[in-house]
Design a protein around this ligand. Sequence first.
Ligand code: PMP
Length: 382
Amino acid sequence: MPRLFERGGDTVSFAGGLPDLDVLPLDAISRQMSGLVRLGGRIALQYSTPHVAQALVPAIGDLMGREGACPAAAGDLVPTSGSQMGLMAVGLALAEPGETVLVQTPAYPGAAAAFRTAGLRLHAMPRDARGLAPEGLRETILQLRREGRTARLVYCNPTFQNPTGATLPADRRRELLAVAGELGLTVIEDNPYGLLGFDGQTTDTLKALAPDRVVYLGTFSKVFAPGLRCGWIAAPREQAAALRRTTEVMALSPSALAQAAIAAFHARSGWTELIDRYRASYRERCALMADALERELGGDGQWTWRRPQGGFYLWLRHRDGLDTGPLAAAAAEHGVSFVPGSHFRIDGGPSDALRLCFSHVPRERIAVGVSRLATVLRGAAA
Ligand code: PMP
């Protein structure tokens, strides 16, 4: 895993995917948490059970409903300390060591690391200019099975993807689920950014389209606060039971305090205002970054990108395939950081892309960082 969260001195970091916690109403949250400890501390600070707290179920249902999914029954929910734990639990509970998981590439490195740690083999899902290519997926799975490999899990982050920012179109979602149904695949849908469309638009989740085929990883990290380490898995009942047995081994029980804090916030304020504030912050930061890139690099056409519509990330690619790995050190010398695309490859090869994260950069530093970056990129391309 790259050391994404290190920041220092005058460097402008476009590396780590941190949310902008300036939007959180800290006084209100602090009052709520202190009330929880004062009035209910003997429960909130105690061990709990490996189930989502009853009080939190409506908060999860509200979030999932915003992307088209019916509220999951409590029995289909498994609490996690964030989707990273969910990925590890999936790798351990839903597959046998040695079997192959199909992974959307470029891939979120935390998912690749979790599946590898669980002893799984990774195989890239076929893709084209519109994203995952379901027809190619069918062929790939059949080929793997002919070779005697077991392949029944498919992992993707279909909305405002980490690292590309891309969203899988609705027709591709339906085709993917059709192939999954035909070949008996379980689709792992990792969805931390789905509600962060800048203009409030959402795309129905895979979970909403095929609840029995999809194991959904949800998290409060990007719509509330990652420091609470609180998320959930929504899965068909039998898979939920297997996942719960695994999460119980991993953590015994979730943080009752974190769950109670989020439930209390939701009961009092709902999600709309907070999510709107997150969206507005990211819309503004993304515009500052995209406009600065346009000014600095738009002219010569060597570097290309799509303007993100949501999420945290902008994916910059070099037209002629320049390897971006060696540029990170030069960028650090110029006081700017990013994550080279090679970190998102599952075969460790070089990449002509790099990931820029705008979500947490102070507004007035974005143009400065882009200008430093452009100096490095122009120099390298020349
Ligand atoms: N999946 C994706 C695609 C992510 O980008 C992240 C966080 N960067 C996670 C999962 C893990 O998030 P958390 O454990 O905080 O829920």
